[in-house]
Ligand binder design. Structure first.
Ligand code: ZN
Length: 483
C-alpha cells in the first residue's frame, strides 16, 4: 500500500500559489513543483471557510452540521447560539481508518480539530521564536509553531521512515497574516509602510465592490462582525497592496516548509513512491471585494482552495476541472490506498481523477454558521458547473422569503463575482434552478439550515453600507470590552 503525506496550510488562497497561475507575484516554487509533477484541482471547495469547522469536516468527511463543529468557539452565552460540540466519539475518522489498516498515522503541527484527529499520533505542538524577523513582516506564534513542528517532523524523518505511514504536516502559515493586520490596523490611524510602493503587488481586478446594497446583509456588514475586516475597513489602495505583499511573504514561509518535506522524502529515497497532497483548509480574501482573511462570504478567494496531488499513478500536469470538495479527502485517500471508507460519507473519491479520469458532479456545497457566536448568520453555498448561489437566513424571514439574502454569480461571465444576478429577472430560471439544488442538498444531507436562529443586534447593521464607513468596535470587540 502506498505511503501518504498530506500537507495542510491554514488560509492559503489559490491566487498565492504559482501553480494556479492567477497572479504574477506568487512565490511558491515547492508547491508549484507538486502541481507540475502531479494534478492541480481547479475547482476544490471547502465545506466551511473557517478553520475549526473545516478541519473537523475534512478529517471526518462530514459537513459541519454533521460533526457539530459549527464555529471556532463561543464568546458569550446567548441561548439561541448553537454550542460547538466535539466530533462524536463514534464518528469514523481518517486517522482511525488508516491506523486500523496498519499505517503509522502521525500528525505534526496545527490541530484545531475538535477531536477529528482521532487515530493519529499527534505530536504535541510547541513554539520556537524566530531569531531574525524581516522588516515589515511581523511574526507571531503562527510562524513560531511552524518552526517547532518542522523540527519535530525532521527529527522523525531523519530516524528513518516507517514502512507504512500516513503523515500530516499541518502548517499555520500564511495565517500569520491575521497578526499582521493586528499590527497594521487602520482603526489606529494611517498604516505604516516600510516597503516601497513600487515593489508592491497590484490590486486584484475584483477589489472594488460595485453595489453594496445588492449584497446580503451579513456580507454587507462583515466589518461589524469580524475584527480583521474592521481593522482593514479604511485601508487605502496602497495599504491593500501592502497586505497582498505580506500575504505573499507568509505564503512563501509555508512554501519553504513544503520544500523541507519534499527534501526529507527525497533524502529517504521515497519521494517517487509517496502520494503527496498539498491543500488548505480555506482561502483568504486577498483584497478582493475589499476583504481580508475570511468571514461569512463564499467568494472564490475564500471558499475555493488549493489542492494538488503528486505520486504513483498521478498524471503529471493534469488539470482537474471536476467540481470537488474537501469532503472528498477521506473517501479519496481510502480509495487510493485500497482501504474501505465509511459507506455513508457525503464526499466522492477523487482517486479516479488523478490518472486523468473524468468525473461529473452537479454541485458542491459549503456552509457558514458563525465565527465566535457574537453574530450568527447561517448561510449555504451551492456551486454548480456555471454558477455560484448563496442563501443566508438573515433578511429572508427564516428562509420563507429567500430573496432577502441571496447571491447568484455567473462564473463563466463574471469570474470575479462582481455582479449579483439574484434579483435580475433575466436570470430567474438559473436562480430557481439553484434554489432547487439547495433544497436537494438540505434534504440529502439532513441539514437543519432553516431551524437555526439568526443572532445579530441591529447596531451591527446600522451604518451606511460599505466597509469604509465602519467606525468603532465590532460585535466581538464589544463583547470583550469591560462593561
Ligand atoms: Zn461595520
Amino acid at each position: 500500500m502506498p505511503n501518504i503525506v498530506v500537507i495542510v496550510s491554514d488560509h492559503l488562497a489559490t491566487r498565492a500559489v504559482g501553480a494556479y497561475e492567477e497572479s504574477a507575484w506568487a512565490d511558491t516554487p515547492h508547491m508549484d513543483r507538486i502541481g507540475a509533477r502531479g494534478a492541480v484541482f481547479e475547482n476544490m471547495y471547502t465545506s466551511c471557510p473557517l478553520s475549526a469547522p473545516a478541519r473537523a469536516s475534512f478529517w471526518t468527511g462530514r459537513f459541519p452540521h454533521q460533526t457539530g463543529v459549527l464555529s471556532n468557539g463561543l464568546k458569550g452565552d446567548d441561548p439561541r447560539v448553537v454550542a460547538n460540540r466535539s466530533v462524536p466519539e463514534d464518528m469514523p475518522t481518517l486517522g482511525a481508518r488508516f491506523s486500523a489498516a496498519g499505517y503509522q498515522t502521525i500528525h505534526f503541527g496545527k490541530t484545531h480539530d475538535s477531536g477529528a484527529l482521532r487515530g493519529f499520533e499527534v505530536v504535541p505542538p510547541g513554539e520556537r521564536p524566530s531569531e531574525k524577523v524581516p522588516v515589515g513582516y511581523p511574526e507571531n506564534s503562527d510562524t513560531w509553531k511552524d518552526t517547532w513542528a518542522m523540527n519535530r517532523f525532521c527529527e522523525w524523518a531523519d530516524k528513518g521512515l516507517p514502512e507504512q505511514f500516513l503523515c500530516v504536516v499541518d502548517l499555520q502559515n500564511p495565517h500569520n497574516i491575521c497578526g499582521w493586520i493586528g499590527e497594521h490596523s487602520s482603526l489606529d490611524g494611517p498604516v505604516d509602510h516600510p516597503i516601497r510602493p513600487s515593489e508592491l503587488p497590484e490590486l486584484p481586478a475584483n477589489h472594488r465592490v460595485p453595489d453594496w446594497q445588492n449584497l446580503p446583509l451579513p456580507v454587507r456588514y462583515i466589518c461589524c462582525s469580524h475584527n480583521r475586516a474592521a481593522q482593514t475597513a479604511r485601508y487605502t489602495d496602497e495599504d491593500w497592496r501592502y497586505y497582498i505583499d505580506a500575504f505573499r511573504h507568509y505564503s512563501k514561509m509555508a512554501d519553504d516548509h513544503v520544500g523541507t518535506v519534499l527534501q526529507k522524502l527525497e533524502e529517504q529515497g521515497v519521494l517517487d513512491d509517496t502520494l503527496v497532497v498539498m491543500m488548505a483548509d480555506h482561502g483568504d480574501g486577498m483584497g478582493s471585494h475589499q476583504m481580508a482573511t475570511k468571514h461569512v462570504s463564499f467568494y472564490e478567494e475564500m471558499a475555493r482552495v488549493p489542492f494538488m496531488v503528486m505520486g504513483p499513478g498521478v498524471r503529471a500536469g493534469a488539470r482537474v476541472d471536476t467540481l470537488t470538495s474537501l469532503l472528498d479527502l477521506f473517501p479519496g485517500l481510502c480509495d487510493y490506498a485500497g482501504i474501505g471508507a465509511p459507506e455513508d460519507l457525503p464526499g466522492v473519491s477523487f482517486a479516479p481523477l488523478l490518472s486523468g479520469g473524468a468525473g461529473e458532479r452537479a454541485y458542491v456545497a459549503s456552509q457558514w454558521y458563525s465565527e465566535w457566536g457574537c453574530t450568527v448568520s447561517p448561510g449555504r453555498m451551492i456551486r454548480s458547473a456555471r454558477y455560484k448561489y448563496t442563501s443566508y437566513l438573515e433578511g429572508s424571514a427564516g428562509g420563507r422569503d429567500p430573496s432577502g439574502g441571496e447571491e447568484l454569480y455567473d462564473l463563466q461571465e463574471d469570474r470575479g463575482e462582481m455582479v449579483n444576478l439574484a434579483s435580475d429577472p433575466t436570470h430567474r430560471a438559473a436562480l430557481l434552478a439553484h434554489r432547487a439544488l439547495l433544497q436537494d442538498h438540505l434534504r440529502k444531507e439532513d441539514d437543519p439550515f432553516y431551524s437555526y436562529d439568526v443572532v445579530v443586534d441591529e447596531r451591527w447593521r446600522s451604518h451606511e453600507a460599505g466597509y469604509t464607513h465602519h467606525r468603532g468596535p465590532t460585535a466581538v470587540m464589544a463583547l470583550n470590552a469591560p462593561s
